[in-house]
Write a protein that binds this ligand. Structure first.
Ligand code: GLY
Ligand code: MN
Ligand code: MN
Length: 439
């Protein structure tokens, strides 16, 4: 059945977008359902842009936002269908969708092709998301051509075709109060899952058992799904950045790297913790771990309004590069290691990304050729790491150590708030929590 919706959140966002449309029209469809095999579908996930503007979670829906002096939002959605609702469950239908989600108008998705040419007639611009689905692109161009074919009756087709993501990405970059509350809660749930994973891990357990604990904790607290495929990587598997097999046994003396976060009402969290399977860091593991933790602290200290996007990354790289020299993983001066980027042998990814409805969220990282300045309301991850694969000259004790520490940071007026802070990360806190599990 339907759930309580605060439609004003989405109506406000539509009003903000409409104010930027002039007399143009924006068309934002939701995502298609996706077949997994034969009659089985992948779990349905709505399109993030569509959801941001509507809060509407059903498939087969399109938002049309008509700009001008009195903007109108029109939802096209599935009709009520007594037969289908017996099989698949409740669907709003246009009338209930209109009142529940505060659209000016709602109609059947079956009317989309006949209504669109009228809605585009005499409109100077149409803003859509082009280039990801050729069938959808063709449909939009078909509506524009249908208007053009009426030119002799004095109707003008839109001359300006734009990417609606340019406007929406800027909006999505600064989170509003509703989004921040959800992302705080998603961070808490995911942090609790990481704590449980630490308490579950022991030699002889398997990566998939630990993954199951994470999933249980997500769903137990009402999160709908993992925000991305969980990485549960013991020992050398942690040096595979996108390891998702999660099928190996955990060995005494190895580290376990877990990169996992839930999605709550559309919003992602993204947390990585690395800890010893047996609950005690070896001295080599601890040395590398403390280095990555120091790099993360330096990066987090750089997350504040006015800092450039790249400043936290540069701060992390400077700490890691010096650490690699100190640990004799690299030779040469700090300047040479930075200049030649030889640190990339052990740290080859970026230190973060925007976070929100998508785990790698919408928003440009540069504007006008310069790294973007951080502003209050932006949310980003801070995730330095170190991955030591076997190679000539690498000290034996460090081989196959893979460590990443990842937190989610909300930029505030004077720094940042760590949304994932409840997941332990100091050596002392991790060892204390894991000691408790033996009691
Ligand atoms: N879990 C995806 C990422 O860290 O970017
Ligand atoms: Mn991440
Ligand atoms: Mn991650």
């Amino acid at each position: 059945m339907s759930v309580a919706i605060d439609a004003s959140i989405y109506a406000r966002r539509r009003a903000r977008l409409a104010a930027r449309l002039g007399k143009g029209v924006a068309i934002v469809p939701t995502a298609p359902e996706c077949l997994r095999n034969r009659d089985a579908h992948y779990p349905y996930r709505y399109d993030s842009y569509f959801y941001y503007l509507t809060g509407f979670r059903e498939p087969e829906a399109v938002l049309v936002l008509v700009g001008g002096d009195t903007p109108r939002s029109i939802l096209f959605c599935r009709d009520k269908n007594a037969e289908r609702e017996i099989w698949d469950g409740y669907r709003y239908g246009p009338e209930a969708a209109r009142t529940t989600f505060a659209f000016e108008e709602a109609c059947s998705i079956s009317e989309l092709d006949t209504r669109m040419p009228d809605l585009l007639a005499d409109r100077p611009a149409v803003q859509v998301h082009l280039g990801s689905d050729p069938v959808w692109d063709g449909r939009v161009l078909g509506w524009i051509n249908a208007v053009r074919s009426r030119a002799r009756s004095g109707v003008a087709a839109p001359g300006d075709l734009r990417d609606v993501r340019v406007l929406l990405d800027e909006m999505r970059l600064i989170k509003d109060g509703h989004e921040i509350a959800l992302m705080r809660r998603a961070g808490e749930i995911s942090a609790a899952a990481h704590r449980r994973a630490m308490q579950t891990s022991r030699p002889g357990a398997t990566e998939y058992e630990v993954e199951a604990v994470l999933q249980h904790e997500f769903r137990h607290h009402g999160a709908q799904a993992p925000a991305y495929t969980s990485i549960v990587a013991g020992g050398a598997n942690a040096c595979v950045l996108h390891y998702v097999e999660n099928n190996a046994a955990l060995a005494d003396g190895d580290l376990l790297l877990i990169d996992a976060g839930c999605e709550l009402d559309g919003y992602a969290s993204d947390i990585t913790r690395t800890f010893p399977v047996n609950g005690r860091f070896s001295s080599a593991q601890r040395e590398v771990y403390e280095l990555v933790l120091a790099a993360q602290a330096a990066a987090i200290a750089a997350v504040k309004p006015g800092a450039h996007w790249n400043t936290p990354h540069d701060a992390a790289v400077a700490v890691l590069a010096q650490g690699f020299i100190d640990l004799k993983l690299l030779s040469g001066t700090l300047d040479a290691v930075l200049e030649q980027e030889s640190y990339k042998q052990f740290y080859m990814h970026r230190t973060g990304h925007w976070l929100g409805l998508d785990v790698h969220d919408a928003g440009e990282y540069k504007t006008g050729g310069e790294w973007r300045e951080l502003q209050p309301g932006m949310v980003l991850t801070v995730e330095p790491g170190c991955y030591i694969r076997p190679a000539p000259g690498v000290p034996e004790a460090f081989i196959n150590i893979g460590i990443r520490i990842e937190d989610d940071a909300l930029v505030t007026e004077d720094g940042c708030e760590i949304l994932s802070a409840a997941a332990p990360k100091s050596v002392a806190d991790i060892e204390a929590l894991m000691r408790d599990r033996h009691d």
